[in-house]
Design a protein around this ligand. Structure first.
Ligand SMILES: Cc1cc2nc3c(=O)[nH]c(=O)nc-3n(C[C@H](O)[C@H](O)[C@H](O)COP(=O)(O)O)c2cc1C
Length: 298
């Protein structure tokens, strides 16, 4: 059995989940290749018995460019895939939406896995709700998922379709949030980013890390956010804070937003899916990450 795991990962958590799932698959004797999303050769997909696709959750859903990737795939009728993601407090519709878009290509999704992880974005406080994750239990679950998916694949390919799992349940609140935070809304509420020429040292890290090649520093003026998926990773990787934006408005939504996240995380903790590793009452909403980076990178 030959598996391919495709992942998109910026801060490394989805990649870690992908590596552990791979270990689990290999422990059962299966072969497994691992490839980042931007290096996938679509023509090679047909040569795999099982494909896994993983990403972080952005705005309660899979990243916009990953959805585009799925939509541009050729017909994959009869193929078996699994989907996974890493996320902060709320997985939202990410797994379901990936599965639904894959289904339109004829794919049967035979497994779902999600993992809590620390979160960083310019507009959120840090430490945040999920800081400390993935912990040992999260990591063991990722490996166990890899071990379990192989026998499930075997039985399904022998004809036992009853083992194809239903879509994971999603709270209606997060379905509405994902619908609201569609591409158009995100585009409108996220700050316009600019490159400060005086600060820029031309290291190229922003260009390299942009998942949609939306940045070109050498042009005059520099091209930025064209296109953009609003991941803000360019701001995060710039060592000198040369990519500037006003995150005050979006950060001002944090207290209300975090109150909703706390309810969701308390419920997840009660189900045994999440462990609080930070003191929620000590989260400092005013000191969001953009401000922290400004201090650190002066
Ligand atoms: C722009 C942005 C939006 C995010 N939105 C969500 C979200 O809606 N729900 C969530 O649980 N985590 C959210 N996160 C946190 C990431 O999903 C989380 O940090 C993930 O583990 C990062 O994966 P990576 O290390 O593979 O890049 C967001 C992060 C960023 C940068």
């Amino acid at each position: 059995m030959k598996t391919l795991i495709i992942y998109f990962s910026q801060t490394g958590y989805t990649k870690k989940a992908a590596e552990l799932i791979r270990e689990g698959i290999m422990a059962t004797g299966g072969k497994c290749d691992l490839v980042p999303l931007n290096q996938v050769k679509v023509k090679t997909l047909a040569g795999y018995d099982l494909v896994g696709l993983g990403c972080p959750v952005f705005y309660y859903q899979e990243p916009f460019h990953l959805r585009d990737f799925i939509d541009k795939l050729p017909d994959l009728k009869g193929k078996l895939w699994f989907v996974f993601c890493s996320h902060g407090s709320v997985v939202g519709i990410a797994l379901n939406s990936m599965a639904e878009h894959l289904r339109k290509k004829g794919v049967s999704v035979i497994g779902y896995f999600d993992m809590y992880a620390d979160a960083s974005a310019p507009f959120i406080p840090h430490p945040t709700t999920t800081t400390g994750h993935p912990d040992k239990i999260d990591l063991e679950r990722a490996q166990a998922f890899g071990r379990e998916i192989v026998p499930r694949w075997e039985q399904i390919t022998r004809g036992d379709e009853s083992l194809i799992p239903a879509l994971p349940p999603v709270d209606e609140e997060w379905v509405k949030s994902a619908e609201m935070f569609n591409f158009e809304l995100v585009k409108n509420i996220m700050p316009q980013l600019t490159v400060n020429r005086e600060k820029c040292i031309g290291c190229g890290q922003c260009e390299e890390s942009c998942p949609v090649q939306g940045i070109e520093i050498g042009t005059d003026p520099p091209r930025i956010q064209s296109p953009c998926i609003y991941c803000c990773f360019c701001v995060e990787v710039c060592p000198v804070m040369a990519i500037e934006g006003d995150f005050e408005m979006i950060a001002s939504m944090n207290p209300g937003h975090y109150a909703r996240l706390k309810v969701a995380l308390d419920e997840a903790a009660a189900r045994g899916e999440f462990r609080w590793l930070v003191d929620f009452d000590k989260i400092d909403y005013d000191d969001y990450m953009y401000k922290q980076w400004e201090r650190e990178r002066k």
